[in-house]
Design a binder for this molecule. Sequence first.
Ligand SMILES: *Cc1c(COP(=O)(O)O)cnc(C)c1O
Length: 429
Amino acid sequence: MSDTTPAQRLGTRCVQSGWQPENGGPRQVPIIESTTFKYATSAEMGALFDLEASGYFYSRLQNPTCDYVAEKLRDLEGGSAAMLTGSGQAASFYSVFNIAGCGDHVVSSSTIYGGTYNLFAVTMKRMGIEFTFVEPDCSDEELEAAFRPNTKAVFGETIANPALRVLDIERFAEAAHAHGVPLIIDNTFATPVNCRPFEWGADIVIHSTTKYLDGHGACVGGAIIDHGAFDWTAHADRFPGLTTPDDSYHGVTYTERFGLGGAYITKATTQLMRDFGSVQSPQAAFVLNLGIESLQVRMARHCENAQALAEFLAADERVSWVKYCGLPGDEDYDLGRKYLPDGSCGVVSFGVAGGREAAERFMGRLKVCAIETHVADARSCCLHPASTTHRQMNDDELAAAGISGDLVRFSCGLEEATDLIADVDQALG
Ligand SMILES: *Cc1c(COP(=O)(O)O)cnc(C)c1O
C-alpha cells in the first residue's frame, strides 16, 4: 500500500504513489515477469484459493507489478480499490458485467466512445443486457423515464470521445442513487489530473489507460477503480452477486468478507479475470507507470495547446465551427468550468468550411500532425471520420450518427502550440 498522505498534492502522487521500495530496494517498479508463484505447502495455496489469505498464485488473476500501478491509480482517483485490465474495452465490459447480467438493464449517456456503444448496444445486448441511451443534456423527465425496475447501473463519460460533451456528473449520480444503483464514469479524457468523478458522486471510475495515462501511444490497457462508498447491502436484492454467497468461490459473500471498499473489485478480479482473463501484462503496467509519472505535467501542456488551437480556429473563417469546452460560448463551457476548472483535454473537434472534400484536402496537407485513429498521444494526431472510421456512411447517415462530413478530430500532442497552429494554418490552405 502507498504510504503517501492526503496532504500530498496530485502531481506529487503521480510521481510517488504506488510502488514503495524497501531500504535498498529498486527505485523503479520491478517487472515481476512470472506467470506463477511458489508456495511451501498446499494448505497455504489452498487458503489463497479460498480467498482466506491474500497473496499471488497466478498472473491471470493478479500480478504484483500490475497491483503497484493499480494502487497508484486508486490513490489518484481517491478510491478504495483498483485493478488493471488488458484494455479500456475490458474495463468497460467488466465494470458493467460485474453487477449486471442477463435480464438486467443499464442507463447510459448516448455520447460515449464508439467502441463502448457497440459493446453495449450489440454485444452485451446479445448477452441479454438492455441499454437505454439518454442525451447528456436530456431533461430530468427523460432521465427519470429511462430507469426500469431491473436497472443496475448508470454509465457516462466525463468528456465524451469524440463528441467532447461534458457530463453533469452530479446530476447523473443523483439520479442513479435515487434508483439505488451506482454511477460508472469513464474518466479517460479528463484523467484524475483534471477531474476526480468520486468527488462529484460517481461510484466506479474506469479508464482506457491507452490514452493520456500512458500518453505515448505505447501500450493498450485499462483500469477500474471503486470509490467504496456505494452501499450494495442497502440494495441487496438488486446486487445478489455481491451480497449473497458465490458458489464458485466456496460460498464467499463479497460484501461480508471484503466490506464495501473491497467487494466490487475483489469480485471483478476473482470472477471476471478468472473467467475472461483480459489481463494487462507486467511489461505494459511498467510502461503505464512511466506515463503516469509525468501525467500532471503533460495534461497541462495538452490543454494549453488545445486551448490555443481552439481559439485560433474559432477566429478563422476557413473553419465553420469548433467544439471545445474551454471556449466561452461553447454549449459545455459552464459544465467545463464546474468539473474541469484546470483544463479539459487536448482534443478539439472542428468543421472545415467547404465540407467533406475540404476536410479531406486539409488532412492531406498536414505535415506535423499524423493521420491516426488515436488520441491523447505525445505526438499530435488527427482524424477525419467521414473518410476513415465512418467511410461507409453517406452524408445523411453521418448526420444521424452526429458526425458531419466536415468534422476533423484533432488531438493536440506535446509539441509547441506555435508549430501546431502553423501546421493547421497552412493545411487550411
Ligand atoms: C479508447 C477509449 C476506450 C477503449 O479503450 P481501449 O484501450 O482502446 O480498449 C474507452 N473509452 C474511451 C473514452 C476511449 O477513448
